[in-house]
Design a protein. Structure first.
Length: 215
């Protein structure tokens, strides 16, 4: 009986935690980050606000956990990279191209991820700074694992190009979601337009690997 009671308690805890995380997402989508207050989150979740402190420590702990579930690059952890078993012998070309294209689609279809990006650009916050730190740690692992040795002295040139591509894909998705879908004559909200952007990404990655490989 005690084991059943303990199991039920764990399940109740996980259900309540999910309700809080879902509530953060709903508020972010509908009202924006300024409305992310303890009372609002608890009311939306339908769970006593005391449970936020019990399960997450405080509201920052709750938002930290929510952010980790939504951000694309913070999910590309050491462990997840190992599970993918990426090819090493191509210098990370296939992996880099795949990650960029997946990021492009992920942000486009995930409205909460879009809100997080806008939030990061609008307000200094410990939770968001930690997100940036996690992304950089994960990125550093990937670069050192696959790409730096391939590009040698031009590794920083490749990183600079990747920075432009990652941020550019973020911006295209945000722009098309908020202020119109035409950018440089490409309609980013149509399958045809998005396919053109993807082909351009693949072209740029290919050019990097053909022209920057200078150990």
């Amino acid at each position: 009986m005690e084991r059943k009671a303990a199991g039920g308690s764990i399940r109740n805890k996980e259900r309540s935690k999910k309700k809080f995380l879902d509530a953060v997402g709903k508020i972010l989508r509908t009202k924006g980050y300024a409305a992310l207050r303890v009372s609002n989150i608890a009311a939306t979740a339908g769970v006593d606000k005391k449970m936020i402190y019990r399960y997450f420590g405080d509201i920052d702990g709750l938002i930290d956990e929510y952010i980790r579930t939504q951000d694309y690059w913070s999910k590309v952890t050491f462990e997840e990279t190992e599970k993918l078993k990426p090819k090493i012998d191509d210098g990370g070309k296939q992996f880099a191209e795949g990650m960029l294209l997946t990021q492009f689609d992920y942000v486009y279809t995930n409205k909460e991820a879009q809100k997080l990006l806008l939030w990061r650009l609008s307000e200094p916050r410990k939770s968001l700074k930690r997100l940036t730190d996690i992304q950089e740690e994960n990125g550093e692992y990937i670069y050192k694992l696959m790409m730096d040795s391939h590009f040698g002295k031009q590794a920083e040139d490749f990183r600079s190009i990747m920075a432009i591509m990652v941020s550019g894909l973020y911006y295209l998705n945000l722009f098309s979601a908020l202020n119109g879908s035409i950018f440089c004559g490409i309609d980013v909200n149509t399958p045809e337009g998005r396919e053109k952007i993807k082909k351009a990404v693949s072209f740029m990655v290919k050019q990097c690997y053909e022209n920057l490989n200078n150990p």
